[in-house]
Design a protein around this ligand. Structure first.
Ligand code: F6P
Ligand code: MN
Length: 297
């Protein structure tokens, strides 16, 4: 089944239009990755160096989302202020996740949260979420609150279409992989201790350095991804609105759990657009375990 038909049957009109727009724009971003890899002189609101491809993908997605007429605003990791519009859905996005991996050709991604409230808003206000992988294949993985579904981009003659690749995706029962961002020496001690236990449980360490890529393998294999609390950065690195909550929403729809170390990531009420949080996400059992070992109360 093609994406357009699936959306017509399974999504409200606004989310269907926004998803179709992301799908089309993602092909444009993907095609441009080899050509736009020079560092710009600018920094984004979190103080990170911006690359030409970050700015380019931001602009491509903003334009595509606004053109649907369904976006109330588009907020992005790459912009200080949201772009306002007249629709009913607030979109928060990380237009190119893991862009420090451009030179090494590791997977990259894009993340979108579709919120039914003005931003910043809690993950409980998500009506849907979606992520794109630019890996060996370009895939779209999304949920509108009724399971997690995946489409893959396939070339057809001169064009490309998105074909159904998985319906009702669930995390496997038995967790197999783990991947943690940052360095062990920077993590809070409870996280480092928990990490040491993985070896003895038969889990394998798999880390590519792009949140979307690292989470995507957790969804396929079971396990846990974390960008944990650091001693010098207790609120971690990943942004609640653009990264943590949309992925937590998809993960929950796939039967998993995402914690900030003390509770459900979806319950965080961010006060600023770029607010960060520690993130522990993946198989419910493992994430509850690490949450308990970090905050034993
Ligand atoms: O968006 C931030 C990000 O690029 C994530 O994709 C990734 O998980 C993380 O940074 C990697 O950070 P580090 O290089 O500190 O492990
Ligand atoms: Mn990111």
């Amino acid at each position: 089944m093609k994406l357009e038909e699936f959306l017509r049957l399974n999504a409200p009109e606004d989310l269907a239009a926004l998803t179709a727009a992301v799908a089309k724009a993602s092909l444009e971003v993907w095609g441009s990755i080899p050509f736009k890899t020079g560092l710009l002189e600018e920094t984004n609101p979190s103080g990170e160096a911006q690359k030409a491809i970050d700015v380019y993908s931001n602009d491509v997605f903003v334009e595509a989302l606004i053109a649907t007429g369904h976006a109330a605003e588009v907020a992005s990791e790459e912009m200080e202020e949201p772009v306002e519009s007249k629709g009913g859905v607030s979109v928060a996005m990380d237009p190119l996740d893991g862009s420090s991996n451009v030179e090494t050709n590791n997977p990259l991604g894009s993340i979108f949260g579709f919120y039914s409230d003005r931003l910043p808003a809690s993950g409980r206000r998500l009506a849907g979420a979606l992520y794109v992988t630019y890996g060996a294949s370009l895939t779209l993985t999304f949920s509108f609150g009724k399971g997690v579904h995946r489409f893959v981009a396939l070339r057809e003659g001169a064009g490309t279409s998105f074909q159904l690749f998985g319906v009702g995706l669930k995390l496997p029962e038995k967790p197999e992989v783990y991947g943690f961002g940052g360095s062990r020496s920077e993590w809070i001690p409870a996280v480092a201790r928990f990490w040491d236990s993985f070896d003895g449980r038969g889990l394998r360490n798999r880390y590519c350095g792009t949140f979307v890529g690292d989470y995507n393998q957790v969804l396929a294999r079971g396990g846990i991804f974390s960008y944990p609390a650091l001693v010098k950065r207790p609120k971690g690195k990943l942004r609640v609105l653009y990264e943590c909550a949309p992925m937590a929403y998809i993960n929950e729809q796939a039967g998993g759990y995402a914690s900030d170390g003390s509770g459900n990531v979806l319950d965080i009420e961010p006060r600023a657009l770029a607010e960060t949080s520690p993130l522990y996400i993946g198989s419910a059992g493992l994430v509850h375990e690490i949450e308990k070992s970090i905050s034993p109360t």
